[in-house]
Design a protein around this ligand. Sequence first.
Ligand SMILES: NC(=O)c1ccc[n+]([C@@H]2O[C@H](COP(=O)([O-])OP(=O)(O)OC[C@H]3O[C@@H](n4cnc5c(N)ncnc54)[C@H](OP(=O)(O)O)[C@@H]3O)[C@@H](O)[C@H]2O)c1
Length: 365
Amino acid sequence: MTSNARVVFAKRPASNELPKVGEHLIIDKSRTIDLDHVPLNGGYLTKTLILSPEPAIRERMRDPSITSYTTTLTVGGPILGFAVVVVLRSEKEGFKVGDNLYGLTVWEEYTVQPYVEGRVNFKPEEWPPYTFDMDSLALQVVPNPNGLYPLSKYTSIMGTPGLTAFVGMEGIIEGKEGDTLFVSSGDLLMVIQLGKLKGMKVIASAGSDAKVEYMKSVGADLAFNYKKENYGEFLLKHGPINAFWDNVGGEALDAALESITPYGKVAVCGTSASDVTPTSEQYKLKNAYLIMKKRIKIQGFIVPDFIPQFMGKFFETVPALMAQGKLKSQEIEIEGFENAPQALVDTLCSGHEKAGTLVVVVAKE
Ligand SMILES: NC(=O)c1ccc[n+]([C@@H]2O[C@H](COP(=O)([O-])OP(=O)(O)OC[C@H]3O[C@@H](n4cnc5c(N)ncnc54)[C@H](OP(=O)(O)O)[C@@H]3O)[C@@H](O)[C@H]2O)c1
């Protein structure tokens, strides 16, 4: 028997509370699995290689009575998140031993797929009309990089962080030569680079000096530490902007609304500034009235909204740009399954110094 640790979602954090390792997220090392004989029932057995800690997992920890864009996680069940896995055994057509897959899975070392535990039996009529069934983001076979790039690229530039940037830039921002794009804190690398490839001037904000330097090194024309410089003052000095990619909301959005030109475009991707802030302390917009006056086009989105339209183009464009050295990414590799819960918490906090996409390396092969 082989040990099969998993991350358990032990308790819901209170609304807007940061989850704590050991209280809300627990590593359960009590489980074992017989890798040679565990029944597959027509499915396949995977070994987890890389986990992708992402803020969307926090959204799934909310109480189901709180409306949002995703289905929720089950208390006592496993954490589900994006990962790269390798197939160890298979009874399912299309999934061969040795295939690498990327998609949603149980955060555990080995899993019989398709996973059952934690999966929501999604009935649309039981959820608000715009709820997305996260479990539908099933594991898909990805090309073997054959040593050309590390597998962790599938959890960064070639995974949801890269795809998010690509579809949002194609579907909302569009952008043209000479436009100025402002991007607020988050996994900004791809947004900055796509903006530059479109000929835009790019301004980025981040919560540490190391991240600011990193944003400049990947092409941002200007970058600032929003903890040292005021969003509004910086944008009024260096703007106007024509487009805003917002990962944060609050003050950043308010400042962008003030600095954006008439008919400017805003892609609302995330709300990091308020995700773990008590409602009473959340920043209230002062400049929302400008949306009509300046005819600003503002659109919130989640990646699946644009998958039918832009997924094909993403796979035609991004690997080719990577091969030509025109798109770069940086992964911060955290070694060891036991560090996955803390890595997840870190994606929800501002100011961890290192810049890049956090990935948790569970096993090399
Ligand atoms: N719409 C979609 O389909 C989609 C897809 C992916 C992600 N998202 C959302 O986009 C946002 C960013 O995701 P990501 O994967 O890019 O994040 P990420 O790389 O994990 O980074 C989150 C960052 O948010 C920043 N942050 C945290 N608290 C903040 C605060 N109070 N004020 C300003 N910044 C704060 C921190 O950066 P600093 O150190 O710079 O402060 C943190 O590193 C999240 O809200 C996520 O849920 C949406």
